[in-house]
Design a protein around this ligand. Structure first.
Ligand code: HEC
Ligand code: HEC
Length: 253
């Protein structure tokens, strides 16, 4: 009979490539640090809302002309690096194929210190608003908290998950805030329609990022305690929900 340690090691080795492939940084060294990583994910989404401070006035001069988004949003990391972290190699390409939309995927797996150094070097404009603990959380997210979106979504944006187990998670966790039909009012991003069925179908990379990291300044959970398969299941179920937002109630007054 093989000693237990050997079996565990063999199992560990067999699982390691699969987990590494799924991305999402489920390695040993981030266990117990998911809160910090999701804080970094929220800063990446919108550091101004996360820190509760006003963004600079006007448009970010670094932001490419011809890609039209609200001026305040041009100061968000996600505006140039994307909900899938791939810059113009990913979802942002539809907006504009600009060389300013740079992929951060090559930084996946680097050290936090290395990424923090790169942020300071390439983006001195954020030094004033990013005190060291916040810079470190952001760097930690980029180094260890990114996921490979293609492992969860296919080319058309459909989640590679199973609807039924996703429904169990949705009914257990999400409906207390979002309602069973996913139509409890949400503000979302400019242009979004307020229904989870709509957001998960038409903004799947954005929904995936927010599901894993939470939403800055809102009560949305960070679901990093679920593995990537469960997240894919959850998204697969949410994509079956009716995308049409709730009609405004006519008996309101
Ligand atoms: C207006 C667009 C824009 C915004 C907003 C933006 N970036 Fe960048 N980022 C770039 C560009 C362009 C480069 C490449 C710059 C260079 O090579 O000199 C870059 C480079 C980087 C790099 C270095 C990449 C490498 O391979 O070394 C990191 C890390 C980074 N950005 C993180 C961030 C973070 C974190 C934020 C938010 C706090 C952010 N960026 C906001 C456009 C942007
Ligand atoms: C404690 C209440 C709460 C729970 C539980 C909750 N959410 Fe949320 N969720 C929110 C809030 C608040 C927002 C932000 C709404 C807004 O933008 O106005 C949000 C936003 C979202 C978004 C982002 C929508 C966008 O703008 O892209 C997604 C996706 C989402 N939730 C999915 C889920 C899923 C899936 C679950 C269950 C696993 C869940 N939520 C559980 C409160 C909750």
């Amino acid at each position: 009979m093989k000693p237990l340690a050997t079996i565990t090691l063999a199992l560990g080795l067999a699982l390691a490539p699969a987990l590494a492939q799924a991305g999402g940084g489920d390695d040993k060294d981030i266990i117990g640090k998911k809160w910090l990583i999701s804080l970094g994910g929220k800063l990446y989404d919108n550091l101004w809302s996360a820190l509760n401070i006003a963004p600079p006035k006007g448009r970010n001069p670094q932001y490419p002309a011809g890609a039209d988004i609200p001026a305040a949003d041009t100061w968000r990391c996600v505006a140039c690096h994307g909900w899938d972290y791939r810059g113009r190699e990913g979802q942002l390409k539809k907006l504009r194929n600009s060389p300013r939309f740079v992929s951060l995927r090559p930084l996946d797996g680097k050290t936090q210190a290395d990424v923090a150094r790169r942020i300071r070097a390439r983006h001195p404009e954020f030094n004033r608003v990013l005190p060291p603990p916040m810079l470190n959380a952001l760097a930690f997210f980029i180094a260890r908290g990114q996921h490979d979106v293609t492992q969860v979504l296919d080319k058309t944006g459909r989640a590679r998950g199973d609807v039924l187990p996703g429904k169990d998670i949705f009914e257990g966790v999400c409906i207390s805030c979002h309602q069973a039909d996913g139509k409890a009012y949400i503000e979302g991003e400019p242009g979004d329609r307020p229904a989870l069925g709509w957001v998960t179908r038409y903004r799947p990379e954005q929904a995936l990022h927010k599901i894993r990291n939470g939403v800055p300044g809102a009560d949305m959970l960070s679901l990093r305690f679920l593995d990537m398969k469960q997240i894919a299941d959850l998204l697969a179920y949410a994509q079956t929900l009716d995308p049409h937002p709730e009609e405004p109630s006519s008996s309101g007054d």
